[in-house]
Write a protein that binds this ligand. Structure first.
Ligand SMILES: [Zn+2]
Ligand SMILES: [Zn+2]
Length: 272
């Protein structure tokens, strides 16, 4: 079993570099047995700068037609599911609920790419002293708690997203230093049956590690967290599957027994 549960393609994710069919062929080449396509839905993120924001998804039928066509063609070679990555669905909870209840999706990643009324972390210039980021990082984790309270996703995407972009500017911090908030977040997520993901994208980036970092994955496990998915966050065919084996090895070393697949928003536990 080798499953990539976080992938993007054109035209649904404007920052991707390949079509859905090319993306899935990349997954087959990488030896994946399972793959979930999780394009951006930024209908709720409320970023103040229009250029930062992907156009809202309105063409639900078009997305499902694209997926159905690719599954028809390649579904015999790989188990394909359609999911989505929704930015801050709790900022506009009515819209978040509308997205979550769409029957075309088996799986929803809830991600926070920007704080309320602010730009995506991708665009920020980071301070020399990471302590100057403390308020924003605390607010970021508090937003995940609010997202969990609304229950508008299945797993929490890349906890520590800004670490990817801070590293590109030669800056960084340890998310594990925010253990009080992480404990509050994980306690609530475990109660509600919401999992987290291991995002492999940082491995091949300046960051050089998984998001969230291993210490945070250890804390989640220690607190009894079991629901976990692994995904590359690939935006091109060549990146699909990269780092998934390594993430399984890390999870095993931290005492995890299972990784999850999803159907109709319910986790299926597969032994690691
Ligand atoms: Zn994301
Ligand atoms: Zn993504």
């Amino acid at each position: 079993m080798l499953a990539d549960y976080h992938t993007h393609c054109l035209p649904w994710s404007p920052d991707a570099e390949c079509s859905m069919e090319e993306l899935v062929l990349g997954g087959i080449d990488a030896g994946l047995t399972h793959m979930c396509i999780t394009n951006h839905i930024e209908n709720c993120c409320q970023s103040p700068v229009y250029d930062d924001q992907f156009p809202p998804l309105e063409d639900w039928d078009g997305l499902f037609v694209d997926f159905s066509r690719v599954r028809e063609k390649l579904g015999g070679r790989i188990d394909l599911r359609l999911g989505c990555e929704v930015g801050s669905p709790h900022y506009l909870p009515e819209e978040g609920r509308r997205i979550y209840s769409r029957p075309i999706f088996d799986f929803t990643i809830g991600s926070i790419h920007n704080l309320r009324g602010q730009r995506d972390f991708y665009f920020l210039t980071y301070p020399e002293d990471p302590e100057d980021m403390r308020g924003q990082i605390e607010e970021y984790l508090d937003e995940y708690i609010l997202l969990v309270n609304e229950g508008l996703c299945d797993v929490l995407g890349h906890i520590g997203y800004m670490q990817r972009y801070m590293a590109r500017q030669g800056k960084g911090f340890k998310m594990a230093d925010y253990s009080d908030r992480l404990r509050a977040l994980f306690r609530r997520a475990i109660e509600r049956g919401i999992g987290i993901e291991v995002n492999c994208s940082g491995l091949s980036d300046a960051l050089g590690q998984f998001i969230p970092e291993p210490e945070v994955l250890r804390l989640y496990r220690q607190m009894g967290g079991e629901i976990i998915t692994c995904g590359t966050d690939a935006h091109r065919a060549q990146s699909v599957g990269a780092g998934i084996w390594e993430s399984y090895e890390l999870l095993r070393s931290l005492g995890y027994k299972y990784v999850c697949l999803y159907k109709e928003h319910r986790p299926e536990f597969v032994r690691l």
